[in-house]
Design a protein around this ligand. Structure first.
Ligand code: TNX
Length: 603
């Protein structure tokens, strides 16, 4: 069996630590003669220098348009500074670029806000030597009209003098920074200073997403993961331009979010997990911290309260909601479909309103996910009646309802979104719901389920939807996947990670990577860029980046990874305890311990 590498969080800046850098002011004086001489010497050296190690098109997800200019590589000088349009959100993107570059380069990377720099109301971020004059006019890369870039697009123009990112929004600037990160040499992922030639390949990228919703789901109910683990997952999403993190917060094995109006839910319902671990839950402050960290990375949190099934943990805390009003024992197995809230009791709807109301109030994003899957014991009209009420309760909170595609037969409610997890794209019930106005998030079980094994000998995961190695996660088209569902009805793509058999951050990363980038590319890149051979080669370059950053991943045999370094680039230490379990519940991270046998799932 291939071992699961134990990931060591990079020893760079603590993702939980203070985020903001000191404000910096760039000197306004004219460059001295010595500075000019140094710059001239550097330019002369660069003319003789080897080409950039990364090609401009070596980016995941593949950009919409790439025009390399091999004569225009940019080399990051030690005195590089970042100039950014005024405003806190744009400035924060610049700070994040500086935070990204400082550990490996050891350069100070000053950040300064500049007034309108001729980009016609767009935001601009420029990385260049301190001596370079502030960009005075629109550079060639700025010429396309701003509205083409949309809410999340960006234009990245690399010349020998500067790297300039232009976007209509801070999110667009942020995505441009993620592209720039991948264009720098692998060593940029090092948590400690390395001597390297920090070269960015010259040319122009104009890029924007195919779908507005690009996400991943983390099931924190089957096994609980503390805040630090969730933040690290958000980092992985952001790197690949995914913009939604769906948190599966409740299930039979655990209730993971504190609810003031039903106070026993978290302490009682959160005290278990699969195989009998201690579980845990998020306080409102924990949850807000996740939401804030995600927002800074332009990721929206989508909370899920799974109803009316998958509710054993709620029922043991509040037996009055159970059909027989008897508290069930805690559940630590992996079957599904046995528990449910009593749809015939009004108290159930008080519960649903209170819980959804509190979760909505904690959540700045527009979505509220109500589950709805595998409620095998609530059938026919009892089920649709429940769902229709729950949909209206969500609407009353001001949020847009999302649910698993089992919601399809229920009446349409404006804006509702179904998350389709089928394994056969012929689904007339869902196609009919789409005709009535539903939009779809696509999570096909046999392509996007990150809890499926890669191969028969993958030590964790399931195989009920088949084995999914990278090619299988990559080779499908969200625009045509479900019969009779037009591409316009597809809001996007989400990759769910269920965690019946996933117990640690290292195991999360092992299941996420390298499939997450494949799914991110389907969600972001124009279909015209789809090309397995090209993707496989681009993906290969990410292995050394993950190694550098101490990130665990599966060395899929489908990908031509460069040879493994004899010595890992980052010294690996035993993974620290998975702390952050609320209420002082701390238990050692079982990374490295043999994985439990694959769970039997009743699906
Ligand atoms: C099905 S997909 C489920 C989950 C399980 C998963 C395991 C869906 C909406 N429900 O309850 O965790 O399979 O792969």
């Amino acid at each position: 069996m291939p071992p699961i590498p134990s990931a060591t969080p990079a020893t760079g800046p603590d993702p939980l630590g203070p985020d903001a850098a000191d404000p910096a002011v760039l000197p306004t004086h004219e460059p001295a003669a010595a500075d000019l001489a140094r710059a001239a010497a550097r330019t002369a050296g660069d003319l003789l220098a080897p080409p950039a190690p990364v090609r401009l098109g070596d980016v995941i997800p593949a950009p919409e348009r790439v025009a390399p200019d091999p004569t225009a590589d940019f080399v990051l000088p030690e005195d590089a500074a970042i100039r950014v349009s005024r405003g806190p959100a744009a400035r924060d993107v610049a700070e994040q670029l500086a935070e990204l570059l400082r550990p490996a380069t050891g350069y100070p990377l000053l950040v300064a806000e500049v007034a309108d720099d001729g980009t016609d109301g767009q935001l601009a971020l420029t990385l260049s030597g301190l001596a370079a004059s502030a960009p005075a006019s629109t550079s060639a890369g700025d010429s396309a009209p701003a509205d083409r870039l949309g809410d999340e697009g960006y234009r990245l123009h690399v010349t020998s003098a500067e790297v300039r990112i232009v976007a209509a929004t801070p999110a667009g600037l942020f995505h441009g920074v993620q592209t720039l990160r991948q264009l720098l040499p692998t060593a940029v992922e090092s948590p400690a200073p390395v001597a390297d030639r920090w070269v960015v390949p010259g040319g122009l990228i104009v890029d924007r997403p195919r779908f507005p919703y690009r996400g991943a789901m983390l099931d924190v109910a089957r096994h609980f993961f503390g805040v630090a683990d969730v933040l690290r997952v958000i980092d992985h999403l952001a790197r690949y331009k995914l913009n939604h993190l769906h948190l599966h917060l409740t299930d039979d094995q655990g209730w993971r979010i504190a609810v003031d109006s039903w106070p026993r839910l978290a302490p009682m319902g959160g005290a278990t997990e699969v195989a009998g671990g201690l579980g845990g839950w998020y306080t409102a402050a924990d949850y807000r911290r996740i939401v804030r960290y995600a927002a800074r990375r332009h990721v929206t949190v989508v909370p899920e309260i799974d109803l009316p099934g998958h509710t054993n943990a709620a029922l043991l805390a509040y037996p009055e909601l159970a059909p027989d009003k008897v508290a069930p024992p805690p559940y630590t197995g992996t079957e599904v479909g046995f528990s449910y809230l009593n749809p015939a009791d009004e108290r159930t709807y008080d519960f649903v309103s209170d819980v959804l109301g509190e979760v909505a109030a904690l959540t700045p994003g527009p979505w509220l996910h109500i589950g709805g899957d595998e409620a095998f014991k609530v059938k026919g009209e009892a089920y649709t009646g429940f769902v229709e009420r729950a949909q209206r309760i969500v609407a009353a909170t001001g949020k847009t309802v999302v649910g698993w595609h089992q919601l399809a037969p229920a009446a349409h409610l404006d804006g509702r979104v179904l998350q389709w997890w089928g394994t056969n794209g012929d689904d007339p019930v869902v196609a009919e719901a789409v005709r009535r106005g539903a939009r779809l998030i696509l999570s096909p079980g046999n392509h996007s389920y990150l809890d499926m094994k890669y191969a028969p000998d993958t030590p964790i995961g399931h195989d009920w939807a088949g084995l999914i190695d990278v090619r299988r996660s990559y080779d499908w088209d969200p625009g045509t996947h479900v019969a009779d569902v037009p591409a316009e009805a597809v809001l996007g793509v989400e990759a769910p990670l269920w965690t019946e058999s996933v117990t640690s951050l290292a195991e999360i990363e092992f299941m996420l990577l390298p499939r997450l980038p494949a799914l991110a590319e389907l969600a972001w890149s124009p279909r015209a860029t789809h090309d397995w051979a090209g993707f496989r080669d681009r993906l290969a370059g990410h292995g050394p980046r993950w190694d550098r950053a101490g990130i665990a991943f599966h060395r899929s045999p489908e990908v031509p990874w460069p040879a493994e370094p004899a010595q890992p680039a980052v010294p690996r230490q035993p993974t620290a305890e998975t702390t952050d379990r609320t209420s002082g519940q701390v238990h050692p991270d079982p990374a490295g311990a043999p994985a439990p046998p694959p769970a039997a799932n009743g699906v």
